[in-house]
Design a protein around this ligand. Structure first.
Ligand code: G4P
Length: 529
């Protein structure tokens, strides 16, 4: 058995997702405080102070308060080594969130207690359920007026189609917020306003009997009665805890708290760590890979260019699935079909990027990418394996893009190609045309803004964008198709993707049916193969 078993067993790798402003940054910061990775509240973000401590936020993120890029942070807590993967907080970037979830073993969903599941995040949260990984819900901002906890649970169940199990239950909210009742321990954690440091919220009553009259003195008569009724209802209602269901993403344990006042954060973290597992075996085309295997394996789930403006570098983020990584080790890049040395491996340590010497299954490393990696690629030592690919979402919005200054062609091509390789946009071309103009497809329109911003700021190219009326895309699967002979509606467009495959852009379902009915043997698919 490999000697790094202990290291892997203590790993917990999770993604944290939320609607902007629900409190993801604040919660992450409290986790880091517990782990001693940072000393001061406000170090992770702080719209007031240095917001850019952790990731290289773009101007657009500052202006709109939307997190566009995602970053990785590692910290130690009570013998665990925790990797947090941050995700963009808007559904227009759900594809990016999906890729990040591929690298995570579980997810924490932060919900604003007054807002519930918000419209802009519905798609994002659904993406979370698609992966079948454990999902933990933290209902935040209980110190503010909140929706009824029953309504919040109902909404999560309906929106996401998973069960919920309240681990604790709030006693009042807003100015009347008195704390939470821990259902497992039968104890009350009392809320005492703003406590920035750990462990200062007092446990008011252990192993309490809810019928004890003394409880009324602590909570007041009305809240005490409500709590008694609620607990009775919860115990009687069909909420059944089942750890297996939690681990398969079918049941989400729900916690109520307040990240800003540091209330309920540590109990949440502790329960979370208890219920989640260390990295599990992962499927590859050659069978299952055991995380404890002596052979190292990882896959690329994210590529990000220009993270460091001074160096104009490009980093491929990899999730290690098995074994131990050592600096300078030689690995096989399976898709590239050759051996490479992983140079300058980096890891985000709370506030900085550091060159690391070793990392283990469960960890995320960022590796300098000279342009050889694509999203979904596998790298490994020993026997060659290949992890399942990361699907591309079908774009729903399209724009024709041209450079304003024709002298900037080289930068234009470089910018569009690199941003497409990162998976931030998809690019298509008119059949047999050059790269003077491209068609850019995205899943959410905010991606257009990010693309334009990056072209102008990172590649120094002003672009012109013209919205196109298409909303559906189909790859042509028919071998040796004669494009000229296709009988299509006048609003259907024939294009090519970067790998030269042919596809059709449609404005509506009707045109797709037309194409299928009028071209015998035509095979169309929603995904590129
Ligand atoms: P995000 O990363 O999900 O976008 O949310 P973030 O943590 O930045 O929190 C958004 C706002 O909500 C912040 O206020 C934060 O202080 C506040 N907040 C977070 N958790 C709680 C909570 O439990 N209770 C209350 N009352 N507020 C909370 P802001 O004014 O936008 O920023 P700042 O000026 O405080 O930094």
């Amino acid at each position: 058995m490999a000697d790094f078993r202990n290291e892997i067993e203590k790993r917990r790798t999770f993604a944290i997702i939320s609607h902007p402003d629900a409190g993801k940054t604040t919660l992450t910061e409290k986790f880091l405080l517990y782990g001693g990775a940072i000393q001061l509240a406000g170090a992770v973000k702080g719209k007031k102070n240095a917001r850019h401590a952790v990731s290289d936020w773009m101007e657009i993120e500052k202006q709109r308060g939307i997190s566009v890029t995602s970053s990785v942070m590692q910290f130690q807590y009570e013998g665990y080594c925790i990797n947090i993967l941050d995700t963009p907080g808007h559904q227009d970037f759900s594809e990016d969130t999906y890729r990040t979830l591929m690298a995570a073993d579980s997810a924490v969903m932060v919900i604003d207690a007054s807002k519930g599941v918000e419209a802009q995040t519905r798609k994002l949260f659904k993406v979370c359920v698609m992966r079948d990984i454990p999902i933990f819900t933290f209902i935040n901002k209980m110190d503010r007026d909140a929706q009824s906890p029953y309504d919040l649970l109902d909404e999560i169940e309906k929106e996401l189609g998973i069960g919920t199990y309240p681990m604790n239950w709030p006693i009042g909210s807003g100015v009347d917020f008195k704390g939470v009742y821990d259902r497992e321990k039968s104890e009350i954690l009392a809320f005492e306003g703003d406590k920035e440091l750990r462990g200062q919220h007092e446990v008011k009553a252990h192993e309490i009997d809810l019928n004890d009259a003394a409880l009324e003195t602590i909570l007041g008569e009305s809240l005490c009665q409500t709590l008694r009724d609620d607990v009775e209802l919860l115990d009687g209602a069909g909420y059944e805890f089942d750890l297996e269901k939690v681990r398969h993403g079918k049941l989400s344990p729900v916690f109520f708290g307040s990240a800003l006042t540091n209330f309920g954060v540590e109990p949440f973290l502790e329960s979370f760590l208890r219920m989640t597992t260390s990295p599990l075996p992962r499927q590859t085309s050659e069978g299952v890979v055991d995380p404890f295997s002596k052979d190292f394996s990882a896959f690329v789930f994210k590529i990000q260019a220009n993270m460091n403006k001074a160096h104009r570098d490009r980093i491929a983020f990899m999730r290690i699935c098995s074994g131990k990584f050592e600096k300078g080790m030689e690995v096989t890049h399976v898709q590239g079909g050759r051996k490479i040395k992983l140079s300058q491996p980096q890891q985000m340590m709370a506030q900085s990027r550091e060159i690391i010497d070793e990392a283990y299954a469960g960890d995320i490393i960022g590796v300098f990418d000279p342009g050889i990696f694509s999203i979904g690629d596998t790298i490994c030592t020993g026997k060659k394996v290949q992890f399942e690919g990361i699907p591309t979402f079908a774009p729903e919005f399209f724009c024709r893009v041209q450079q304003k200054d024709t002298m900037k062609r080289k930068q234009f091509v470089k910018g569009t190609t690199q941003i497409a390789q990162e998976g931030a946009i998809q690019i298509f071309q008119e059949i047999a045309s050059g790269m003077e103009e491209v068609i850019v497809g995205v899943v959410g329109t905010l991606q257009f803004d990010v693309f334009k911003y990056r072209m102008e700021n990172e590649y120094n190219v002003e672009i012109r964008m013209e919205t196109l009326p298409y909303s559906l895309i189909r790859w042509i699967d028919t071998p040796d198709v004669d494009l000229k002979k296709l009988n299509l509606t006048s609003d259907t467009k024939k294009v090519q993707d970067i790998r030269g495959r042919y596809l059709l852009l449609f404005s509506n379902e009707w045109s797709i049916r037309w194409a299928l009915e009028h071209n015998e043997g035509l095979e169309l698919s929603e995904f590129s193969r």
